[in-house]
Design a protein. Sequence first.
Length: 100
Amino acid sequence: DVTPDSKDKYTLLDDLRGHEGAVLDISYATYHTRRWLFSASRDHIVRTWPFEDIKVRLRERRAMAQADTESRAWTWQWAAQAKKTQKKTPNKGKKPGKKK
């Protein structure tokens, strides 16, 4: 699925897999309130893709990307805090025991 960014530039939003051969043509249609994308390929198959399903996939993909970003940020914060804590520990690497 692609959307136009400008007159001649497009951005890939999702990779719809399902054909064995190269895609030769795509088209869309509206039937009642539903919109459909059709793709035809060298494998002699025409596939039907409901737009609503594509929207759900894109929403889920964005949510997962956001969760990944937040997870990495949390990991970096945790690692930085752990490093600070290690620097504050006076007996780092020494076994506790009696002082002479």
